[in-house]
Write a protein of this length. Structure first.
Length: 143
């Protein structure tokens, strides 16, 4: 039984790389989603550590700056993830209808546009919160 499981795992991992078996390719795609929760916390903690070390060189405590930097990285990862979801949907819908190169080009434009739009929306909302200028919502509340 162990040998059979080992052979299945070896075959699937090989086929995932070569793209022969559709089920293996599908499971390989899901492995990317499984890797994100493992990779992201490591990168966020490294960013926080590097920011703390930069501040410590000058004799300051960089805890707050490190957390803010990790938070900014998390926001960027979320925006990029939204763009990648759009890329996946566009590719999925257009691959049966268009040539591969055109589908990937359109999906890349969709990814870049979505990620840029998400960034601009977040930037505008941050500026509204931190500018001191009353927004329409503040005017409606009578502030």
């Amino acid at each position: 039984m162990v040998r059979i499981c080992h052979e299945i795992l070896v075959r699937r991992s090989y086929n995932c790389g070569s793209g022969i078996d559709r089920t293996a390719v599908w499971s390989c795609g899901w492995r990317l989603f499984l890797a994100f929760p493992a990779i992201f916390p490591a990168s966020a903690s490294l960013i926080e550590k590097h920011e703390k070390e930069k501040k410590a060189q000058f004799g300051f405590d960089g805890t707050k700056r490190g957390r803010v930097a990790a938070g900014v990285d998390a926001a960027g990862a979320a925006m990029g993830t939204i763009g990648l979801m759009v890329f996946a949907v566009v590719s999925w819908k257009l691959l049966p209808q268009l040539p591969t190169w055109l589908t990937l080009f359109i999906a890349t434009l969709a990814w870049a546009g979505t990620a840029a739009a998400a960034w601009m929306i977040c930037r505008r909302r941050w500026r509204e919160r931190h500018s001191g200028v009353p927004t329409q919502k503040h005017k409606e509340l009578g502030a």
